[in-house]
Design a protein around this ligand. Structure first.
Ligand SMILES: NC(=O)c1ccc[n+]([C@@H]2O[C@H](COP(=O)([O-])OP(=O)(O)OC[C@H]3O[C@@H](n4cnc5c(N)ncnc54)[C@H](O)[C@@H]3O)[C@@H](O)[C@H]2O)c1
Length: 293
């Protein structure tokens, strides 16, 4: 028997030779089946009346996530530093019959994290879903990555994900329910070649590992934390790398096309729903197959 197995078994207090209860007799913790205790419902993907906050939701993937979660029934708190974009996202959601409000929110400012979290709890009494989506991509080789580039990259992409998860996560843990999805990237597990963005890749690897550790720490609290690692998604972010880069990337995608923001949003909607009640601490890659080559 391995020493690690011996260590675990030594923690079990049972008289030698005592009968082991059959699995069917083990207590079923119904409150822990799904985030809200809804259990085996007809539609575990349903998010009716969940309070969901999405960061960086003024455009791109964040907007698509906000739209998708609203279609599933959630009330969306659309947040961004771009207030006009947030207002547009809110209007798109409402025109489709969904529920949304906007809040100005710079995720790099702890005072704003505290303020937004307090406002959400005061108005809604809880936070069910947090999507840490806001991010930037600064392209530079390692030798060209200045302290300012590195610090900005980490502050938005990694530090903010931790501080937002910590603040909103505390309210979720206290209540014993919640789901967080953090935007990582396939760049967390490969060097996206030939783009040069060491800071971006490392920040996204950090997000994936942070999600694993938070998933572990909160595993028995009813709060799940996962990361999603998209490949090349057709938003303004990859466009900034230039048209030549887009042409090179296309040859690297087995599905031979860029992903659409809604495809990432659909996966996220699954991860925050009760359909994913057994999934925590994972990095789910959605990349059109890039990382299988
Ligand atoms: N597009 C892709 O190919 C791709 C691939 C993998 C991962 N991602 C990740 O998905 C997320 C969204 O990417 P996108 O392509 O939609 O990007 P985007 O640039 O289109 O949108 C990012 C949004 O974040 C907001 N934002 C930036 N700094 C902020 C701050 N300090 N506080 C609050 N909001 C802020 C912006 O205003 C913008 O609305 C990012 O974390 C990105 O790294 C994107």
């Amino acid at each position: 028997m391995s020493s690690s197995k011996q260590r675990f078994l030594s923690g079990i207090k049972r008289a030698p030779g005592a009968a082991v209860a059959p699995l069917s007799a083990w207590p079923v913790e119904t409150k822990r089946v799904g985030d809200t205790g809804r259990g085996n419902t007809r539609n575990p993907f349903d998010l009716t009346d969940r309070i969901a906050l999405v960061t960086g939701a003024a455009r791109g993937i964040g907007r698509a996530v906000a739209e998708r979660l609203a279609i599933q029934g959630a009330h969306i708190i659309v947040t961004d530093i771009n207030d006009k974009g947030s207002a547009d996202t809110q209007s798109i959601i409402e025109k489709a019959g969904g529920k949304a409000e906007t809040m100005h929110f710079d995720v790099t400012d702890q005072a704003q994290i505290d303020k937004v979290c307090a406002a959400v709890l005061a108005k809604h009494g809880r936070i069910d879903i947090l999507i840490n989506n806001a991010g930037i991509c600064l392209n530079a080789t390692a030798l060209d990555t200045t302290k300012d580039i590195w610090d900005r990259q980490m502050r938005i992409n990694l530090d903010a994900v931790f501080y937002c998860s910590r603040t909103f996560g505390e309210a979720m843990v206290k209540r014993g329910a919640g789901a967080i999805v953090n935007l990582s990237s396939m760049a967390a597990i490969i060097d996206v070649h030939p783009q040069d963005h060491v800071g971006y890749s490392v920040s996204k690897a950090g997000v994936a590992h942070l999600s694993k550790v938070l998933g572990s720490e909160w595993a028995d609290t009813g709060v799940r934390v996962n990361a999603i690692g998209p490949g090349f998604v057709a938003t303004d972010m990859p466009l900034a790398a230039g048209i030549e880069m887009l042409e090179i990337w296309k040859t690297q995608i087995p599905m031979n096309r860029f992903l659409q923001p809604y495809e990432v949003a659909n996966t996220i909607a699954f991860l925050v729903s009760d359909a994913a009640s057994a999934i925590t601490g994972q990095l789910i890659i959605a990349d059109g197959g890039v990382t299988i080559w």
